[in-house]
Design a protein around this ligand. Structure first.
Ligand code: GYE
Length: 612
């Protein structure tokens, strides 16, 4: 290279290095967290409230700066915005997608380099750090329940109901449950699509097509501004007696809560944005705090005139008393998973100002409910339950609510109205079942038929039902796969062993894959396979759930082929939830743990420093 070119190359390197140095040092040294925010649009009221919440929460921290880009409703622009924010060198991304499917690929790519929090809507199978959003299906159901209440009050049980909506992701994902709720009650329904979710669009449409209002008993608008537009149209048309239900339930200027208070609309359903939570978790994630969940599902509320003021009242006053008394109705130690779970809770309680009374109940829901009744009588501050099975809890949870004692469900879920518990902390069992099935389909693609033996957990327990449902939902699409035998092993080692013994005794061995709802049953099965000269992991593939040490040892020996993690270390998240509760904060409806899948290809580093 000639000397002139050498000087030019050297000068270029210096310029680039100086430039990089400038970018990093240009940041004011007091700013520790630069958070990039990509918003779908600023046209909808919900987005404007989200932006305000993000900015208000960030303003509480000297060291936080937000860089906000508005995609103006254009997914292509949102993809470019995410890439542009990455180029600014932000520490974390918060993204509220316009079109989930369109933007998730760039989110997955960004997540390879920095943490990404997705708000409001997320797609399965993509990678991100944390999702915060509402349960749109629940919101649709709640809106349907409110409409049915109004129809009953007006003795117009069959409606009809006119729904005002747009073709947005959120509207469509709420409509299904809304429609099911009112159709199941025999209510007649009609939907009308608006070009935009605005007051003017709703008002103009109804003024232009007053025939839509003929016989209509209730108008359900998929946001409060459209509900307000309907109100204005009814006023101008001089029509009385039609009830109006909105969605979002914001407080302040033009908010649904004020509209309900003023009688402009009859009801709304709150749809929190998660903006404040996103900033708080962003700081924890950047600080690499432990116990960051995978999903935070926010609670929504049905708001009518009789509860709008109590809802807006400041949340419960923080407790005066110091030590928090917590009664925990636990299941007996049936597995290493539970042992780890109990240890995590005890350790976390020691680090918090919490007096934890943990009672173990032999595998009996009656004993567990009796224990909860005792905690109610002892006036515990908080009751925690790991429910053995999902059914049969209505009466005892109503008793806890009557005693004003919040109930936290941890580890397992209960099939009950979400108003009867404060929050659920645990796994998404259906996703765990789907992950097992996705691995199976991937690994057996060249097999003409796949015979599956299912080792079920405790019948009626939410982990067993969820894993079964998730697994079956994925293999349903592939008629090569068939569960040829399924039996309950009650989540314990002997249970898994006995199922395999019985199957062998019944007539030989024709199983290609064992799907075990937990490690204990898989390990029990492995022992019996070996006794019968059937090589586990080779002659028969084995898929299990939990991720306990014994199972990962078996995986590394090739005796188990896939272990889907179910994180038992919920103690820190439980104590944080209790602390937030005692400070009067509203807890999310569900806090879903972060989990991974282990296979023979999993890198060594993921096996190190595990705590169970
Ligand atoms: O998978 C199993 C334990 O409730 C999620 O119960 C927990 C399950 C876990 O017996 O090992």
């Amino acid at each position: 290279m000639k000397w002139r070119e050498q000087i030019l190359a050297a000068a270029l390197c210096v310029a680039v290095l100086t430039g990089c140095l400038y970018v990093r040092t240009a940041r004011d040294t007091s700013i520790r967290y630069v958070i990039g925010v990509s918003l779908a649009n600023l046209r909808e009221q919900w987005r404007l409230v989200l932006k305000n919440e993000l900015e208000a929460e960030a303003a509480r921290y000297e060291s936080v700066r937000l860089v906000i880009l508005d995609a103006a409703g254009d997914s292509r622009k949102q993809t470019e915005d995410v890439e542009r924010l990455m180029s600014f060198g932000v520490d974390l991304l918060i993204v509220s997608p316009e079109d989930v499917e369109a933007v998730m690929p760039v989110i997955g790519k960004a997540h390879e380099h920095i943490p990404v929090i997705v708000l409001d809507r997320v797609a399965e199978g993509f990678d991100y750090s944390l999702f915060i959003g509402p349960d749109n299906g629940l919101i649709g159901r709640q809106a349907g329940e409110v409409v049915l209440e109004l129809l009953r009050e007006d003795k117009k049980e069959k409606g009809p109901v006119l729904e005002l909506k747009t073709d947005s992701f959120a509207n469509e994902s709420r409509s299904g449950d809304f429609l099911k709720t009112i159709s199941d009650a025999g209510v007649k329904h009609r939907s009308v699509y608006l070009p935009d979710a605005t007051r003017d669009c709703a008002e103009d449409l109804l003024l232009a097509r007053p025939e839509l209002l003929k016989d209509t008993a209730v108008i359900f608008a998929q946001n409060d501004l459209m509900a307000y537009g309907a109100h204005l149209a009814l006023e101008k048309l001089g029509i009385q007696g039609i009830r109006i239900v909105g969605l979002d339930g914001f407080s302040g200027e033009g908010g649904g809560l004020q509209m309900v208070e003023a009688g402009i609309i009859d009801a709304t359903v709150t749809c929190p944005t998660g903006g404040s939570e996103a900033v708080r978790y962003a700081i924890d994630i950047i600080n690499k705090e432990s116990g960051i969940p995978k999903q935070i599902i926010l609670r929504s509320h049905k708001i009518r005139t009789d509860n709008v003021s109590s809802y807006q009242k400041e949340s419960e006053r923080p407790r005066e008393r110091g030590t928090v008394r917590v009664g925990y109705a636990q299941i007996e130690e049936e597995s290493n998973w539970r042992k780890a779970s109990i240890g995590s809770t005890r350790e976390a309680a020691r680090g918090a100002d919490i007096d934890l009374v943990m009672e173990f109940n032999v595998l009996s829901i009656e004993k567990q409910k009796e224990q909860v009744r005792k905690f109610i009588a002892e006036d515990m501050d908080v009751i925690v339950i790991s429910p053995l099975v999902a059914e049969g809890w209505q009466e005892i949870l109503e008793a806890a609510r009557a005693a004003h004692i919040p109930v936290l469900l941890i580890d397992r879920m209960i099939s009950i109205d979400e108003e009867l518990y404060t929050s659920y902390i645990g796994a998404d069992f259906e996703e765990e079942g789907r992950r097992c099935a996705r691995w199976l389909l991937q690994q057996t693609a060249d097999m003409p038929a796949v015979s599956i033996l299912e080792l079920r957990g405790t019948d009626g327990a939410s982990p067993a039902q969820g894993r079964k449902d998730g697994f079956e939902s994925v293999i349903a699409g592939d008629d090569r796969c068939r569960i040829v035998h399924s039996a309950c092993g009650d989540f314990n080692r002997e249970g898994g062993a006995q199922i395999v013994r019985d199957y062998l005794a019944a007539g030989g061995w024709d199983i290609d894959v064992i799907f075990a709802h937990n490690d204990e049953m898989a390990l029990g099965a492995i022992e019996v396979l070996k006794e019968n000269k059937i090589q586990p992991g080779v002659d028969v593939k084995i898929i299990s759930v939990d991720g306990t040490a014994d199972a990962l040892t078996a995986l590394r020996k090739g005796e188990i082929n896939c272990v889907v993690e179910c994180n038992p270390l919920l103690g820190p998240e439980l104590m944080k939830a209790i602390a937030d509760l005692m400070q009067g904060k509203e807890l999310p409806l569900r806090i879903i743990t972060d989990e991974m899948v282990f296979t023979e290809d999993t890198e060594e580093m993921y096996f190190r420093n595990r705590k169970y």
